[in-house]
Design a protein. Structure first.
Length: 94
């Protein structure tokens, strides 16, 4: 195997590991760091497959990133609603 191909394989493995650790951190509610890792994994995959933007690795990393962002936004919104409800209860004296 040529050194260039080995480097590509190593980078693909790094992108996969970053995605896996991002998922773990997401599950542990460490959203800021998870987002950074998901983004790095996506960037690496995009660089590796510049000649093929429809490559399955890019789609997989993009899918993981989108699911994460949607979950994070949903949880942030729900927390906002809960805080507002608590504020209403305090104001009403409940």
């Amino acid at each position: 195997m040529e050194a260039k191909e080995k480097d590509k394989g190593d980078l693909a493995e790094i992108a996969d590991l970053l995605s896996s650790v991002g998922k773990l951190l997401q599950d542990l509610a460490s959203y800021g760091t998870a987002e950074q890792l998901y983004t790095k994994a996506l960037n690496i995959s995009e660089q590796l497959h510049r000649d093929n933007p429809d490559h399955p690795d890019i789609a997989q990393k993009l899918d993981g990133t989108i699911h994460f962002l949607l979950l994070w936004q949903t949880q942030s919104f729900m927390l906002h609603i809960q805080r507002n409800r608590i504020g209403l209860y305090v104001q009403d004296g409940r």
